[in-house]
Design a protein around this ligand. Structure first.
Ligand code: NAG
Ligand code: NAG
Ligand code: NAG
Ligand code: NAG
Length: 401
């Protein structure tokens, strides 16, 4: 059986384990993470992990600071890092970027973008991936952002079509071709690298972004599911080995009359995702979801939640664990956060234990680092994100505030 498998590498087959359980398995090169049924696997052993997010790592200008950060993550037991595989600017921002040292991979001008694979561009991402692997950390890379931060999908919309709604990103053929050109660039650059944990199609895809949603992206339209299917198939055609996932927040499309669930965008399909269905797509290898009860779910109002952030989170964790179990695929709670040290001290252990009990991988938002040395420890990166006295950018979700 084993010999047969290695001859048939690249092929996804249906296998039956000793337990009698049926699972999907892809044969991958040594050092590549893969899945085995509802678990991750690395070199034939189950791979369970706690990881972290740090979108700011590829934005550091000093290789020494990158090294120090990974060293610290390694000491903390982190096995998986999620960061952005995009950093895009427009032509009018280029002069400023060259002056400030801002990392950028794409420069938009008129209706197209040009690639920056130089030392202030993709070479910084090359370095992040190399150092990650040195510290035994694997990286989830997202190809673009639902939001404008660091050059998201609305740059594609504004430059290519100028359309007034967000969801044209998922349907306009010119936009899809441009997105795929970028995806292909990144995938081809790193497809042989065991530093990649997974490709992620988008950070937090929704019908709306900073632009409003259009009438074509509504509950039941399947707009996002169709896009997830097309893009995951496209990525698989470029790379037979690495895992592929959505990067989504895990919104549901529950067809229910319940007065709370049917009016809440987290459950009624209005956000765009259909967590249960999206997970069944053949080239979605595992599921992702995010969790920010304080800002997303102000009512915290469904039966059993008792208006508590903690109970809401436990329900959200269980709902995703149940759906992933049904689909027989692994699951990552890949962003979560609450503000306030006292809140975190009280609530995180309950959430983390529930996630670990239900076999999640988990990645808090986000990992912070002190003692960074570049520019004397002070630098405005972009927008309001800055290194201050050697501390990485802090959006109020760090462990110690
Ligand atoms: C380019 O970026 C700047 C700064 O974010 C913005 O003000 C401007 O509108 C953008 N130009 C285009 C054509 O998108
Ligand atoms: C953007 O395009 C315009 C018009 O084609 C050109 O003059 C300009 O040099 C371009 N800017 C950059 C940064 O490539
Ligand atoms: C709901 O929350 C209130 C206030 O925190 C508490 O007194 C009550 O016992 C809770 N009820 C249940 C059913 O958990
Ligand atoms: C702790 O959580 C509660 C409930 O969401 C919130 O009202 C409060 O502001 C949080 N504390 C801090 C310091 O953020």
């Amino acid at each position: 059986m084993r010999h047969f498998l290695s001859v048939l590498s690249f092929v996804l087959g249906l296998f039956t384990a000793v337990s009698g359980e049926t699972y999907l398995k892809r044969t991958v090169p040594k050092g590549f993470v893969t899945t085995r049924g509802a678990e991750f696997e690395l070199d034939g052993s189950p791979f369970a992990f706690v990881g972290a997010n740090s979108y700011w790592l590829p934005l550091l200008t000093s290789a020494e600071d990158v090294e120090a950060t990974f060293q610290e993550m390694n000491k903390a037991g982190i096995k998986v890092l999620r960061t952005w595989g995009f950093n895009a600017i427009n032509a009018s921002e280029l002069a400023g970027a060259l002056q400030s040292g801002l990392t950028y991979y794409q420069v938009w001008n008129n209706t197209d973008w040009t690639l920056n694979d130089g030392p202030q561009g993709l070479q910084r991402l090359d370095n992040v991936l190399e150092v990650a692997l040195k510290y035994d950390i694997r990286v989830i890379l997202a190809f673009t952002n639902n939001w404008v931060g660091y050059g998201g999908m609305e740059l594609y919309i504004n430059h290519i079509t100028g359309a007034p709604t967000h969801d044209v990103f998922y349907t306009d053929p010119k936009i899809i071709a441009s997105y795929q050109r970028y995806v292909k660039t990144i995938v081809n650059r790193y497809k042989g690298s065991p530093a990649i944990f997974a490709w992620e199609m988008m950070n937090e895809a929704r019908c709306l972004g900073d632009l409003p949603a259009g009438p074509a992206c509504v509950p039941g339209s399947g707009t996002l599911a169709t896009w997830y299917k097309e893009q995951s198939d496209f990525i698989r055609s470029l790379d037979p080995h690495h895992l592929i996932t959505t990067g989504g927040e895990g919104h549901f499309f529950w067809k229910t009359q319940d007065p709370v669930f049917s009016t809440d965008y987290n459950f009624n399909g209005q956000a765009g995702e259909d967590f249960d269905f999206d997970l069944t797509l053949p080239n979605i290898d595992f599921a992702t979801y995010h969790m920010y009860p304080q800002t997303w779910y102000p009512q915290l109002d469904f039966p059993g939640s008792n208006f508590s952030v903690e109970a809401w989170g436990l329900f959200w964790i269980d709902a995703h664990a149940n759906a992933a179990k049904k689909a027989g695929k692994p699951l990552i709670l890949e962003e979560f956060g609450i503000t306030g040290l006292a809140n975190r001290t009280k609530i995180y252990p309950t959430w983390v234990n529930r996630a670990l009990d239900t076999k999640h991988g988990i990645l808090p938002w986000q990992f912070g680092m002190l003692g960074l040395k570049e520019d004397g420890g002070n630098r405005l990166i972009k927008y309001a994100d800055a290194l201050i006295d050697g501390a990485s950018p802090n959006d109020g979700q760090l462990k110690s505030d």
